[in-house]
Design a protein around this ligand. Structure first.
Ligand SMILES: C=CC1=C(C)c2cc3[nH]c(cc4nc(cc5[nH]c(cc1n2)c(C)c5CCC(=O)O)C(CCC(=O)O)=C4C)c(C)c3C=C
Ligand code: FE2
Ligand code: FE2
Length: 387
């Protein structure tokens, strides 16, 4: 078959307090995370936001031991996947490519080249596709491939999303049942799916399939669960002033408390590993909100991590992808051909030379205002919570 590789894509996370600011810089410097009309403003803005957000973010990471467990868990997933693939007769090297921290995607790709991989499966560790997650990694890979003839010789295939696989929904259902069965009245517990949010504009203007996939995913998990418990889907981890997908997790928890819900079983669904949003945001912040609102039975379903059913299903996904027709990066970065997602659309303001000049001037005024706000600690961005 030739030398086989599997590239696992993930977000990456700071491993110690000093990593937090540069990690946040990398994240906000990504145009798939903050979409600006002026590309030259991206890095200064990323610097401003990362500098001002670092302290609060460091304090959050401090609450879970100072850093993200993401690298360790992803390495464990990679080891487990390698073993299961070998047991099934497929010898494969597994590579980890993180988008915003070590080991970076670029390092993984360099290693893939050095190892002489001939067939490669590119597998994002996000069950559902979003422009801001798998889309961003695919776009980076597409660029690396375009620049390098050696990479173009590798027969790769990319998997855009995989939440529909029965192995995934069954493993999730199994974890939910384990949590329900610890309760005195399991039938009365409210199952609360909490997905990472994205700005509404990603879905409505850029055609991100994320919300549709998340909604479908909760239906499939409920079907696998086959219990009659009531359930709710809400979105967490909003950042910045724009509107994100609703209902927001904190509002939905309060509403359920008003309806008299006593036991909440919280299921994180947009990610397969424990990370800051599960360990800190759900386990600490949302638990506090729930308890203050009167919900004292707050239970959280663990992330899949190295759940054997999940790892076995990933191995099947890899072997099936090696046989299936190839999916190229150019096929998977634009899930909805009718909507222009990439390249970043230039601002419609820049239609005339005069408008271009005003664009530049307005942007400069905006940038100076941001600088002033950062130095003074006061201003509209602090007011709305982005700084
Ligand atoms: C499917 C999962 C995720 C989506 C969609 C997503 C979109 C998204 N995220 C931000 C901003 C931040 N994300 C941060 C951390 C973070 N994000 C995800 C997953 C998704 N993000 C994970 C798993 C993590 C945690 C990694 C870890 O360290 O364990 C952070 C940093 C943490 C913080 O300061 O709160 C930011 C900021 C945006 C703006 C966005 C969509 C546009
Ligand atoms: Fe995020
Ligand atoms: Fe957060």
């Amino acid at each position: 078959m030739g030398r086989v590789g599997v590239l696992l894509l993930n977000l990456g996370g700071p491993e110690q307090p000093d990593d937090v600011r540069p990690f946040l810089f990398n994240l906000f410097a990504d145009p798939e995370i903050i979409r600006l009309p002026f590309p030259w403003l991206q890095r200064p803005l990323a610097w401003l936001i990362s500098s001002s957000r670092a302290k609060q973010s460091q304090a959050n990471y401090q609450q879970i031991g100072g850093g993200s467990p993401l690298r360790r868990i992803t390495e464990e997933q990679a080891d487990a996947l390698k073993q299961v693939l070998a047991d099934k007769g497929t010898e494969a090297n597994i590579y980890i490519g993180m988008r915003y921290w070590y080991p970076f995607t670029e390092e993984a790709v360099a290693q893939i080249k050095r190892d002489g991989v001939e067939k490669l499966v590119v597998l994002p560790l996000y069950p559902q596709f979003s422009i801001s997650t798998s889309g961003s990694s695919f776009r980076l890979l597409e660029r690396l491939w375009l620049e390098d003839p050696a990479l173009q010789r590798i027969v790769y295939t990319a998997i855009p999303s995989w939440y529909e696989r029965p192995g995934y929904s069954e493993a999730m259902a199994e974890l939910i049942v384990q949590e329900l069965d610890k309760l005195e009245n399991p039938d009365q517990a409210h199952i609360f799916f909490s997905a990472h949010g994205v700005p509404v504009s990603y879905v409505e203007e850029a055609g991100d399939p994320y919300q549709r996939e998340i909604e479908h995913c909760t239906e499939l998990i409920m079907r696998s669960l086959n219990r009659s418990n009531p359930h709710t889907l809400a979105y967490q981890s909003r950042v910045g002033p724009v509107e994100w997908l609703q209902p927001y997790t904190e509002d939905a928890i309060e509403q359920l408390a008003q309806q008299g819900v006593k036991d909440l079983v919280v299921v994180p669904i947009s990610f397969v590993s424990e990370h800051i949003e599960t360990l800190q945001e759900i386990d600490i912040e949302y638990r506090e909100i729930a308890e203050e609102a009167g919900i004292h039975g707050f239970h959280r379903v663990p992330a899949l991590n190295t759940h054997p059913r999940f790892i076995a299903d990933m191995a099947d996904m890899v072997t099936e992808a090696l046989e299936a027709p190839r999916q190229l990066f150019s096929d998977v970065v634009q899930p909805d051909k009718k909507v222009k997602i990439y390249p970043q659309e230039r601002s419609a303001w820049g239609l005339t030379p005069v408008a271009e000049v005003w664009n530049g001037r307005l942007a400069m005024v905006g940038f100076l205002a941001l600088l002033l706000e950062l130095v003074s600690g006061r201003g509209p961005l602090h007011f709305v919570g982005i700084l």
